[in-house]
Write a protein that binds this ligand. Structure first.
Ligand SMILES: Nc1nc2c(c(=O)[nH]1)N[C@H]1C(S)=C(S)[C@@H](COP(=O)(O)O)O[C@H]1N2
Ligand SMILES: [Mo]
Length: 423
């Protein structure tokens, strides 16, 4: 039997170093042994594998690169909805490494489908309480001084389905309305300066060009601080689903205000009270009164490995890993509990820890094989501590759906099965 290096194995417990060839092929595929996997033995050392014995695909065989065919399970999934154009697709967080979400698997939240906009014909209008109303072409926007920043984007409906009971099976289902990209564009303050904001201006309306007419009001102070009008994502022009050719990006705030397919910016002296900030995206409190304009995404974290649907292969060493983020700034600390919240120890944070960006944490754990519950808790630079589910419910009751940032619990069963639980 071949001996495999520790880099191949998870866990790296010494008793698990000796496994069969079918097992090795299964490990390489990251799956349970498949039928026919035994023939793969021809490709195992000391044999020279088939792919080494002939030339590979031609250089530039695919002028736009794609993931390997073996990674075809790493995809977004659409949550069932009555209309094909209204709903969400979810980021496969359990399959991702590091902190940047590849553009192809960035979740989508769209209320009227993805409009296919010709950038030559697209205009961004800037009007209202300004000295000079302006109409920008895409060339105009790209010509302005640009900025590039890495930020997370989270829909405030993320994790909303699990408010009462843990219905989500995987971290993709529970936390997949979350992404982190490198965004490039022009500061909204630059455009506002160009137009000249008039005295009395206090709010800005942003409106999309899609059929949903999604529009939101944002305080002028935030717009002058760090809001971007972005045209690029992870080094290339925006994907159509993410707002091509141009969207607003509002760092740290609920995803809904980051208006995609941006067509209009209007400066005013009061909030515009659009549908998306009155009938939707408010938080109904236990006393029946709805909080409005709860923009901030408070500190939150989730363990992505191991998470719902994973199966641990016996007792031994595991690197627990996950993501933490806060709309208020940088993550200061992440604690992990491997005993259902009774004791907590500090996880390692991957540098660089950026403001309002996903932060990867890691925590070494030796599983003794007994059933337990894993949790993570984020603390941000403002000192805010991610609440337990009980604390969140105590404060917010069961009336509201948005802004569920409670601590997530993953139950580990005796046989190693990982599932979504609430403690
Ligand atoms: N024009 C427009 N902008 C929009 C939306 C939309 O439906 N139309 N959805 C909003 C919501 S609810 C979220 S969470 C984010 C999602 O951004 P993404 O689809 O790029 O992940 O876009 C926001 N901007
Ligand atoms: Mo959203």
């Amino acid at each position: 039997m071949p001996r495999i290096g520790t880099q191949e194995t998870r866990p790296v417990d010494s008793r698990r170093h000796f496994i069969g060839r079918a097992g090795l092929a299964a490990l390489a595929a990251g799956l349970a042994p498949r039928p026919g996997a035994a023939q793969a033995a021809d490709n195992l050392p000391p044999a020279v594998p088939a792919w080494t014995r002939s030339q590979g695909e031609a250089v530039n065989w695919r002028p736009y690169g794609l993931p390997a065919d073996f990674e075809k399970g790493v995809v977004k999934i659409k949550r069932p909805s009555p209309l094909p154009t209204e709903g969400v697709s979810l980021t496969p967080l359990q399959h991702l490494h590091g902190t940047i979400t590849p553009s192809g698997v960035v979740f989508e939240r769209s209320h009227g489908g993805t409009p296919l906009i010709d950038p030559q014909q697209h205009r961004v209008m800037l009007h209202g309480l300004v000295k000079r109303p302006l109409l920008f072409t895409m060339d105009d926007l790209v010509r302005f001084p640009s900025q590039t920043r890495i930020h997370f984007l989270e829909c405030s409906g993320n994790t909303s389905r699990d408010w009462r009971s843990p219905v989500s099976k995987t971290v993709q289902e529970s936390h997949g309305l979350l992404s982190c990209c490198e965004w490039t564009g022009v500061a909204l303050s630059t455009l506002l300066e160009e137009a000249g904001v008039q005295p009395g201006a206090a709010w800005v309306l942003a409106e999309g060009a899609d059929a949903s007419g999604t529009s939101r009001s944002i305080p002028l102070a935030k717009c002058l601080d760090d809001v971007l009008v972005v045209y690029a994502q992870n080094g290339e022009m925006l994907r159509p689903e993410q707002g091509y050719p141009v969207r607003l990006f509002v760092p740290g705030w609920e995803g809904n205000v980051s208006i995609k397919w941006l067509r209009r910016i209007k400066v005013g002296d009061a909030p515009f009270m659009t549908r998306q900030e009155t009938a939707r995206y408010t938080d109904l409190m236990p006393d029946g009164i709805a909080r409005e304009f709860t923009w901030f995404m408070e500190a939150k974290s989730v363990i992505t490995y191991p998470s719902g649907g994973h199966e641990l292969r016996g007792p031994g060493f595991y690197e627990v890993s996950g993501l933490a983020w806060s709309g208020a700034g940088r993550i200061r600390r992440v604690d992990v509990s491997v005993d259902a919240g009774r004791t907590w120890r500090q996880a390692q944070l991957q540098e660089p820890v950026l403001t309002r960006a996903l932060t990867r944490f890691r925590f070494p754990w030796r599983w003794d094989g007994a059933p337990t519950v894993l949790q993570s808790r984020a603390i941000d630079e403002s000192g805010y501590v991610q609440p337990t589910r009980a604390q969140l419910v105590q404060l917010r009751g069961y009336n509201s759906r948005y802004h569920n940032n409670a601590i997530q619990s993953w139950g580990i069963a005796a046989g190693g099965k990982v599932s979504n639980v609430q403690v």
